[in-house]
Design a protein around this ligand. Structure first.
Ligand code: URA
Length: 273
């Protein structure tokens, strides 16, 4: 009985804290049409997995500098680097997805962006327009970037693991991921971001390890080739599961703090993180 009362008290305290944070709630609701259900208590923090190594703040700048040095020593960077990679990709026939595509969706955004967002694969609208994240999930992504990080779409760079639309939007097959990965790797080298935001399971596994699960890996800092990586839920998942917005909001806040610490560029004053 005493245990139950203590649990109820803890739950009430959690709910009160969540309700008191009015500004945060407003922004979370801005992600989409539905506000968060008021009664959900925050889930317990996930245990770090084998590959999730939280890194102390002071070492991030060093890690980012090291990543940049490696990239600069081996490849063209920025717009010139991206142009060279696009040329090498050509009219790609490296996997079967080429047979059903309208356009190769290479990526979009500032070639000097300090934040790179990596999604899964083009959908119908992306295939038609040749640009990542232009459908409903893209609109959600734009709101996430603007409302939480204060960054316009044009200020970041947006990529997908897969450059051609899988039929019926199915998950990409391993050989399709394998065919595209060298190009994504080179794009990341050319871009040398200070922070990478990874959206959803496919991108998480492609970039950080195929044994990872988004529910456990999100919200924790990872590292890839010297660059800090934050995984979070895919916006398409949030459209179907609005309750996940609370976690994504927290993940984006962490990205905002790290971005600021590392001197990430922005055209407007930073929001309060
Ligand atoms: N989902 C993705 O992962 N990428 C897109 O470009 C569009 C939807």
């Amino acid at each position: 009985m005493a245990d139950t009362l203590a649990e109820i008290r803890a739950l009430i305290a959690d709910v009160r804290t969540a309700l008191e944070d009015e500004s945060a709630r407003g922004v979370i609701a801005e992600f989409g049409d539905e506000a968060l259900p008021e009664s959900i208590a925050p889930e317990p923090a996930p245990e770090p997995t084998r590959r999730t190594r939280p890194v102390v703040a002071s070492s991030w700048a060093r890690i980012a500098d090291r990543g940049r040095e490696v990239a600069e020593s081996t490849a063209l960077v920025g717009a010139a680097g991206l142009q060279a990679i696009r040329q090498d990709l050509g009219d790609c026939r490296r996997c079967n997805l080429c047979t059903g595509r309208t356009n190769i969706v290479f990526g979009v955004g500032d070639p000097t962006a300090d934040l790179v967002v990596v999604g899964e694969a083009p959908g119908f609208h992306e295939d038609r327009q040749g640009e990542p994240f232009v459908g409903q999930a893209g609109q959600m992504l734009d709101r996430m970037l603007l409302n939480v990080l204060g960054l316009e779409r044009r200020e970041v760079h947006i990529l997908n693991v897969i450059k051609c639309r899988p039929p019926d939007n199915r998950n990409p097959l391993p050989d399709e991921v394998a065919a595209c990965m060298p190009f994504l790797d080179r794009q990341l080298e050319a871009l040398q971001p200070k922070v990478i935001l990874v959206l959803g399971t496919v991108a998480l596994r492609a970039l950080l390890g195929d044994d990872l699960r988004i529910t456990r890996a999100r919200g924790l800092w990872h590292e890839r080739r010297g660059i800090p990586v934050m995984p979070t839920f895919h916006p398409a998942y949030l459209l179907r599961n609005p309750a996940g917005k609370r976690d994504t909001f927290a993940d984006l806040k962490a990205v905002g703090v790290r971005y600021q610490e590392l001197g990430g560029k922005r055209s407007k004053p930073a929001p309060k993180f």
